[in-house]
Design a protein around this ligand. Structure first.
Ligand SMILES: C[S@@+](CC[C@H](N)C(=O)[O-])C[C@H]1O[C@@H](n2cnc3c(N)ncnc32)[C@H](O)[C@@H]1O
Length: 312
């Protein structure tokens, strides 16, 4: 099947440059999507280099297998980047690598295909799972969640100020008729948010994002992956993460800072930071897309990229 839905890769050149690819290196793209980063990275590998691509989404992995079908340097893992060990073992990859990229969140094909249930603008079954065979759909969760569970999700992952009104409305409607489609939910949220607070963004933006983050365990997966990935970096190897949400970026920023900061030394001991050998260092500051990139791809506007390197 020809996939007509395209993804415009965010920070494509900057992210692959940040990996500082060695031609015989071992690399992992934890978020293949439609392969914009992977394709550029493979172009920089020599005969002995290799790349493992990972994605939770079966359609992304199908795309990778089609694009790289004659490419023996590329291996595939359908699953979460949180299962990094398994992904490496299943493919007989070396246990350590020279770089890993995470370009978090959802791809344009996921949002633009209404049937996946991610979009509040396109009608489809209210699913929202990156891997439709894992976990429960958004519709199933909404049918069963308690009021307080829904409130917590909308506050924690969406910072939605009208969470209370939205949840009350969901609860009163779902008792009459199950919420099964994206537009049913989007219209309900629009009606629950007072008109004068309808701004440029659709009133359901934050709620949809919050439910998606919850349904896909996005923050838990990221936390688990960061812990494992740093242990697997070879000296000089880099971990490059592009985030789109402040909660993700905060997690990455804190984690990178902790890895690259000296351990606390008891006060009064004659030890200077510079004498402590640090296993990791931050590479530059956070990188954001240029105005030109944002003008050409509005979905890049909230992206932030951070880079951590294992010291030699
Ligand atoms: C922003 S897109 C990546 C786009 C890609 N860099 C490109 O240029 O085409 C994010 C992708 O990561 C996948 N994804 C998100 N969280 C994941 C996880 N925990 N494990 C594996 N894949 C994940 C999504 O299914 C989606 O395909």
């Amino acid at each position: 099947m020809v996939d007509v839905l395209q993804h415009v890769t965010v920070l494509r050149d900057a992210a692959v440059d940040a990996l500082s690819v060695k031609s015989d290196g071992v690399y992992v793209d934890g978020t293949y999507g439609r392969g914009g980063h992977s394709k550029k990275l493979v172009g920089q590998l020599g005969e002995k280099g290799c790349l493992l691509v990972i994605d939770k989404d079966p359609m992304a992995i199908a795309d990778a297998k089609a694009k790289f079908q004659n490419e023996s340097r590329v291996a595939f893992f359908h699953g979460s980047f949180a299962d990094l060990d398994k992904a490496l073992q299943d493919n007989d990859f070396p246990p350590t690598f020279d770089g890993m990229l995470l370009d978090l969140g959802v791809s344009s094909p996921q949002i633009d295909d209404g049937a996946r249930g991610f979009s509040f603008q396109r009608d489809g079954a209210l699913d929202m799972r990156m891997n439709p065979k894992e976990g429960i759909s958004a519709a199933t969760w909404i049918a069963k969640a308690t009021e307080s569970e829904m409130l917590e999700v909308l506050w924690k992952y969406g910072d939605e100020r009208f969470a209370r009104r939205i949840v009350k409305s969901i609860v009163s409607v779902r008792d009459e008729k199950p919420l099964e489609t994206t537009l049913q939910l989007a219209n309900l949220i629009s009606a629950a948010v007072p008109r004068k607070f309808h701004g440029k963004k659709h009133p359901a933006t934050k709620s949809f994002q919050a439910i998606r983050i919850f349904i896909n365990k996005e923050l838990a997966d990221l936390e688990q992956c960061l812990d494992v990935a740093v242990e697997k970096l070879n000296p000089g190897g880099r971990l490059v993460v592009i985030s789109f949400h402040s909660l993700e970026d905060r997690m990455v920023k804190r984690f990178f800072k902790k890895q690259s900061s000296p351990p606390p030394v008891p006060r009064g001991l004659p030890v200077q930071d510079s004498t402590l050998a640090m296993p990791f260092k931050l590479v530059g500051k956070a990188i954001k897309p240029s105005q030109d990139e944002v003008a050409g791809n509005i979905r890049s506007r909230s992206s932030v990229m951070r880079i951590l390197e294992r010291c030699a």
